[in-house]
Structures are given as C-alpha cells and as structure tokens.
Design a protein around this ligand. Sequence first.
Ligand code: UDX
Length: 411
Amino acid sequence: MGLTTACCLAKIGHNVIGIDVDESKIKLLKSGLTPIFEDNLESIMRQMLAAQRLTFQHDFSSEISACEFIFLCVPTPQDEDGSADLTFIRQATKSIAPFLLANSVIVNKSTVPVGSTLVVEEILGRKDVSVVSNPEFLREGSAVHDFLHPDRIVVGSSNRQAAQRVADLYRSLDAPLIICDPASAETIKYAANAFLATKLSFANAIAALCEHLGANIDDVMNGIGQDQRIGSQFLKPGPGWGGSCFPKDTRALVKIAETSGYDFALLRGVIDFNEIQFERIVHKVRKSTGGTLTGRTIAQLGLTFKANTNDLRDSPALRIGQMLITKGAKIRSYDPTVNASFGGLHVCKSAVDACTNVDVVLITTEWAEFSKLDPDLIASVVANRQVVDARNILDANQWRRAGFEYQGVGR
Ligand code: UDX
C-alpha cells in the first residue's frame, strides 16, 4: 500500500519521497526493483525514478522538514485479542514529530481503529500540524489500477481546510469525494471490508444451500447479481475468504464494537461461517477419498490467498492444506509464485508434477493456468480420478468426460 501510494502519487504529478525503516528494502527500491508482485507497479516506479519525481530514503529527518504532506502507510497487525496493534503508528508519529513543517498535514492511510486520528494528534503534540484520515481501498494484484481509478476518495478530519488540501491531491483522478469527520472515515474503511466479507460468506452459504437444493450457484449468483441493488461483484463462491485485510479487519471491527459496548453478532457470524467454509472444503476432499484422509495424497493447486499475487498471508489455501495434513493426508502442492517447500507442504515444480500419483486434485486458488489444465493429461498421471474445484474454475463436464468425479462449490 505504501509503495503503490508513493508511486501513484508521483504518477499523478506530485514529488514524493518514499521512506522505510528497512534499509535493505530501500536499497532494492533504489535499484528499480519492487519487493512485491503488483501489476504495473515496477514500471511506474522506474518511470517516476527516472523522472526524478520519486526518491527513496532510509534516514528521513532532514527530508521530512520540507514536506507538505506526510502519508503514514505502516502496518497495523492483529494483536492477540484480535484488535489492531498501533505500535508502528505510534513509533512513526513519534519519529517524525520534531521535523514537521508548520501547516503540514499527516495523512493516515493505515487501517486504524476508530479514534486513532485523535491518538496520532495526541502523540504528535503539535497544534500547527493537522491529522487527516484517508483510508485506501486497494486490492492486491490490482492496487495500481484501484489507486488510479478509485470508486471514491474518503477524507476525514476535524480541520475542513486540511481535508480539502488532501482531497486536492487527488483532483486529477475525477472520483466522487467524501469529506467527513475522522471517526466516520475510519469506520468507512472497516465497514467496507466487513460488508465485502459478509457478501462473500453469504455467497458461500447460498452455494452450500444450492448443493442441498440441486440448484446451480453460477446461475443463482448471476440471477441476483443483475439486480443493481446487489451488484455482481464479490459473489464468487470459493474456499473461504482470506488475505492480509479481511480476516484482520473483520476481527478488529468486532473488537472495536465490543470496546464501544456493541455486540456485532452479525459480523461474528460472518467470521465463524468462514471457518465453516474451510471445513466444508476439507469435507469435500474427504468424501472424494472414500471417507478417510489418513495416508491419502492430495495435489493442492494454488497456495496464495487469491490469484495474481504472491501473498500467502492468511491464505485459505494454507489453512485448508494444514487441516488436511492434521487429518493425516499428504500434500503435493503447486503454485506459480512459490518455489520452495515449507511448513510440511511439499511444493512441486508444476501442476502436472503435483498431480502425479495422487488420490485427489484440489484447486484452492483461481490461477488462470489451472483452468486451462488438460483433464485427459491429468487423468493419465493421477492414481484416482477425483477433483475438488474449490474455486469453480474448471469445466465440470470436460473433467467428467475425462473420467473424473467432479465436486465444485454449489454446482
Ligand atoms: C481487500 C479489499 O478488496 C480492498 O478494498 C482493501 O483495501 C484490502 O482488502 P485484498 O485483500 O487484495 O483486498 O483481496 P480481495 O480481492 O478483496 O479478496 C479477498 C478474499 O476474498 C480473497 O481470499 C479472495 O479469493 C476472496 N474472494 C473475492 C472470493 O472468494 N470471491 C470473490 O468474488 C471475490
């Protein structure tokens, strides 16, 4: 998020200094390489470095005193009790406080509990510097696109003038602008992620229902998604939702609600249901191996939390893989972004290699190369023709024709 913000702010015409406490990261970025896999990011970064609109620094003291806006893009990891840990926000604020230019604005992009803008103001202890909340809605894999084509820009501050100055930074993007108080801006971020997670858990629940009713989830979701009040995005059933944001932010919102005296039972249900979804996939695999997983070998295709990213954080695929191992199964996995074996997962060189001599093929990430797999070729290498398609990306009829017993999600 920090790197995308730095590169894209430069792209839309601003002069940006990217600062990180990790010296090795700064060295890598200065050499024109990005430490993450993000569509179009490296090329924009190189263009901006060449245009001298973007520089990277490790030591920030002197440079910060020349900046009008300071964006906080530090992580807010999950604490043991589910709440967001503000250690990095506090550290960053303390470190920059003495150097800030009068009338400069701190723009918080990190996802922080409601009320944190006030916390930053207190730590800062400077009346001549404003603090503004400006949540981001970037998806991994399409972060650059999302930054440059936002559905809306949200700016929250008790200082209307400072909020407008931050909004003006994005003027060229031509997106609807919402200026509100900081608590509302902070709540918007959590509510957006919680709503999307709810939509997904709902889609997964309807998929489960479809299996009982003999209905087809693809048709059902198409049918409800055409209703503009519902919308067709985020209705694809899968192995459960994951990634670095949804699990962390939904838990944090439950905690924020609890602390404020509200029991967010609906969201607790959404989180619990996601755990049930992981178990439903494990159950499908067990069914395909005749009721027991002990000693069975499974080809697991896809480890990242979704396609087009190399991010394994809170990946449903890893959770399901671990659950299968705990139940006695052996895993031969393959993911286009993972080269080495780890955590009991044997990582193979290709999808075909992973499928060799296995009892069941399990698809957990929707990488395009998996939907193009030739079922006849896979049929010739597996021990048993069983496939569990937890992303509904395979052509069920084609796989059935190749002799496979096919299980999807709600199909
Ligand atoms: C999310 C939000 O979308 C973004 O706005 C926010 O800033 C950060 O969190 P991201 O973590 O990149 O972005 O993942 P996203 O694309 O939203 O997917 C989250 C999870 O939902 C993944 O596990 C994905 O596979 C799953 N998903 C998504 C589905 O199962 N079906 C869908 O239709 C969409």
